[in-house]
Design a protein around this ligand. Sequence first.
Ligand code: SF4
Length: 348
Amino acid sequence: MLKKITACLDMVGCPNRCKHCWLKITPNGKLAAKDLKYVANAFRPFAEILEVTGTYREEDYSDNYKEVWTLSTELSDIKQPHFENISYWRAVRDDEYISWLYSLGVRAAQLTIFGNEDTTDYFVGRKGAFKEILQTIALLIQNKIAPRIQTFIYKSNIAQLQYIQQLIEKLDLEDRCRSFDKSFAFFLHQGSCEGENAQFYDVWITPDDIEKIPRKLVNYTEKYFGVTDIREILGEAEQNLCHQLLADTSTRNIVEDSPVFYIDKNFDVYPNFTTPSTPWLLGNLKTNGAEYIVKNYINNATLAQQTLLTVPLNEMVRRHGNLNSQRLFCVDDYKNFLLTKELHHGIH
Ligand code: SF4
């Protein structure tokens, strides 16, 4: 018996097709409330505490989002606050949505932009996304919820940061949030190089790009993460990380007593650790059942878990590291990047 299981069911997917999506773009489903109940009943015997959610992609994308929220709360043993990730797709299509978020206690909401309208629509993979984000910012402020802006940066959009800074100033976000006693927040980072985001390896930022980030956006980012140097967030050059990890003979066991499971629209179950993909597949809830899945997880039975447990990091670096690369990575993200290479390209 596990201490806690968090089971997240991808009931309806996501309206966006983001080019940085670490979960990877997969088709949307159309699951119903009864499917969420099925998931909860299946995992209940295997955890002291059960928590279920109706998504691991876009929050509140299902038309019956209020029902899904109420049902998730009823099926869960602990009541979690609503995430600060929200759906701007819904915000501009549903007059009740933002006030509903406020009624649940949401006081800050995160939105992701990549630059101007063309750049943001390109990265979100959907025309009209940028306009929806601007409309949502206005709605949030009307409802006394502070918008928080996130930006993913690559060599290909770093020139857009100036525009983002000007947009924050033009919209007067600091003062408008202050008017209802909230702080405006912004942060930027490159994300982890996994899922769809791995396509940007060739335009991954390097140390010389840091000086191209406007000082004001550096300050916001340092404040948001509580660091004094943005390099703590952007990480180290791949070359340096490779040299360090060549001396690292450790392996990893990711099994914990409170796992989070991602369940896709076909009821395939994955641990929440890097991109859900075949090497991580614990089993299918409908055909294998929850006991099989929980046992596989605990016994490190998936190919990905076996690899983590048996292949030392220095071997993965030797096979997949790039000693000539200045690309910036955080160390944990880089370890996962190497693992994904090991899983998908194997020994060569
Ligand atoms: S990053 Fe989020 S919003 Fe974008 S496609 Fe992935 S799940 Fe959807």
